[in-house]
Ligand binder design. Structure first.
Ligand SMILES: Nc1ncnc2c1ncn2[C@@H]1O[C@H](COP(=O)(O)OP(=O)(O)OP(=O)(O)O)[C@@H](O)[C@H]1O
Length: 287
């Protein structure tokens, strides 16, 4: 039987402003299983980020509980929660949250050093090479583009090999080829280290690479189905008739489909989509 890593029960988050109440989460029951790669999808404002924050103990619910293993997050004091997050969870936020006074290399290894951990040099090299930031390690965040900063944030989240990765639109600022590579790498990492991953995405192709797609609507779970079972294109972008679809659309669709299939195959062999084995690499992550 699969074991449950994250368990949300009766989760609610209400925001009150005067007489207005926004029900960001309105009764979520959710089990995330050990080693699972889950995608959270839903329209803007449906409650995805709020849910991810609750699952990671970054915010407290109005009602309900979140359990990670045998720990209930709301029962932990701030210090215990901070240590737990640092040791067990990697976060990728939409806002990157890089430390401006540290260079890229220092940003990536900071959580490991803060926790007195050991840096896996080979793994760090693999990550920075795949994310194409091996030339940027000595630069500072304000010298990077948004997409480059996002890749640094992904590298930082993965460098410590957390048992759980929570990612809010991890590829939102990346081109489609790099997005596919990054997700394939996440999948390979998920399989190799049995990491549990929960990722918010608006991208149908990326959602379909997940083991399970959890759809949120108005703060509630609408559906929860295997990644390949839903036609995400139809649900997320609305169905297009043949005469609405431009040649560019068709080209993008067929390229992306081929790419996804390749990435899945490579991921299942324990390879990143860049073609590197998980043991490879080129540049120094720390010194
Ligand atoms: N701090 C807050 N104060 C008041 N309302 C909030 C706050 N944070 C979120 N909300 C509201 O809660 C609802 C859910 O927000 P949330 O950010 O979880 O949505 P989302 O699905 O992640 O959206 P998006 O896809 O646009 O990022 C929205 O209506 C939002 O306006």
């Amino acid at each position: 039987m699969r074991s449950i890593v994250l368990k949300a029960q009766g989760l609610k988050k209400y925001y009150t402003s005067g007489e207005n109440v926004t029900k960001a989460l309105d009764g979520i029951d959710l089990d995330i299983y050990y080693g699972e790669f889950a995608a959270i999808v839903g329209t803007s404002g449906s409650g995805k980020s709020t849910l991810l924050h609750m699952l990671g103990g970054l915010d407290t619910p109005t009602a309900g509980t979140v359990r990670v293993g045998d720990k209930e997050l709301s029962r932990m004091d701030d210090e215990a929660l901070a240590v737990f997050r640092r040791r067990s969870i990697g976060f990728v936020f939409q806002q990157y949250n890089l430390v401006q006074t540290l260079n890229v290399r220092e940003n990536i290894v900071l959580p490991i050093l803060l926790d007195g951990g050991t840096i896996d040099e080979d793994y760090c090299r693999e990550i920075v090479t795949l994310l194409k930031i091996e030339e940027k390690l000595e630069q500072f965040p304000n010298q990077l583009s948004g997409g480059q900063q996002q890749r640094v944030a992904i590298a930082r989240a993965l460098a410590g090999k957390p048992s759980i990765l929570l990612a809010d639109e991890p590829t939102g600022n990346l081109d489609s080829r790099t997005s596919q590579d990054v997700i394939a790498f996440l999948k390979a990492s998920n399989q190799r280290f049995q990491q549990t991953m929960v990722m918010i995405t608006h991208n149908p192709e990326i959602a379909q690479m997940a083991d399970r797609i959890i759809r949120i609507e108005d703060g509630r779970i609408k559906t929860s189905v295997p990644g390949y079972a839903e036609d995400e294109h139809a649900k997320m972008s609305g169905p297009k008739t043949a005469d609405q679809e431009s040649p560019a659309d068709m080209q993008t669709r067929s390229t992306a489909a081929g790419r996804t299939e390749t990435s899945r195959t490579e991921a299942s062999r324990g390879k990143s989509a860049s073609g590197h084995s998980m043991e490879g690499g080129a540049e120094q992550c720390s010194r």
